[in-house]
Design a protein around this ligand. Structure first.
Ligand SMILES: Cc1cc2nc3c(=O)[nH]c(=O)nc-3n(C[C@H](O)[C@H](O)[C@H](O)COP(=O)(O)OP(=O)(O)OC[C@H]3O[C@@H](n4cnc5c(N)ncnc54)[C@H](O)[C@@H]3O)c2cc1C
Length: 194
């Protein structure tokens, strides 16, 4: 049988929630598959392009952090790019920014990647997973701790910085309008931040 059908049959057999949810569902077309997993850090301090999301690095999906890391890494990079002190002119300043960003990225995400790798290897080894499953059943709070260790509840952006985003976006819009030679639009952007 095709792999998709086997996995679907197994989920329907072993998981009541899936069975109920799919009771009246009809699949359209064949099952689609994703490419192989490729966890690891790809970003480097001497990168000449600025990577975010999976292009920067990937945690094993066992902790389900890919989307969050994609958004948070772009947040980290934008915070560097929009910092009032940053002047984008000159290769030296750009390299310094890439280094600062790479350092912030590693600080924020490297522990998450290591934890994900640990969980993944434990789950893939029969002896370790045989120990883990009863532990999680006996102490469900372990999952809460796992979420905390995985960085799920630690916001990267401070509330005050988030509050300043509309003003920064308005300034970027106004700047673009001025470059287009439209000071009226620039004024409008500053008066009505998004
Ligand atoms: C099956 C599956 C389940 C997942 N489940 C979860 C989950 O439950 N929770 C979670 O947090 N994460 C999950 N992830 C991981 C998450 O989807 C990714 O980590 C996240 O989407 C990465 O975001 P990104 O922007 O870096 O890359 P992507 O979302 O992959 O976006 C990259 C985009 O660039 C486009 N692109 C590529 N090359 C080019 C090119 N040369 N020119 C133009 N465009 C190009 C691609 O088409 C794509 O649209 C899952 C991933 C998969 C595959």
């Amino acid at each position: 049988m095709p792999a998709g059908d086997v996995v679907e049959a197994m989920l329907q057999r072993d998981c009541g929630g899936v069975r109920t949810a799919l009771e009246r569902a009809h699949r359209e077309g064949a099952w689609l598959a994703a490419g192989p997993l490729d966890p690891g850090i790809r970003l480097r301090a001497d990168d000449t392009l600025l990577r975010i999301g999976n292009a920067a690095g990937e945690a094993h999906p066992i902790i389900g952090e890919g989307m969050s890391m994609a958004l948070q890494s772009s947040w980290l990079l934008c915070a560097e790019l929009l910092a009032p002190a940053f002047d984008p002119r000159g290769a030296t300043r750009q390299r310094a920014l890439a280094r600062r960003y790479a350092q912030a990225w590693r600080q924020a995400f490297a522990p998450r990647l290591r934890l994900a790798a640990l969980f993944a290897h434990a789950a893939m080894r029969p002896v370790a997973s045989a120990l883990l499953m009863p532990l999680a059943a006996r102490w469900p709070a372990l999952l809460t701790h796992g979420a905390r260790w995985g960085g799920k509840i630690t916001p990267l952006a401070e509330a005050a910085t988030l509050d300043s985003l509309p003003a920064l976006a308005a300034m970027a819009d106004a700047d673009a309008a001025l470059r287009r030679g439209s000071p009226v639009d620039a004024q409008r952007s500053l008066r009505n931040p998004p």
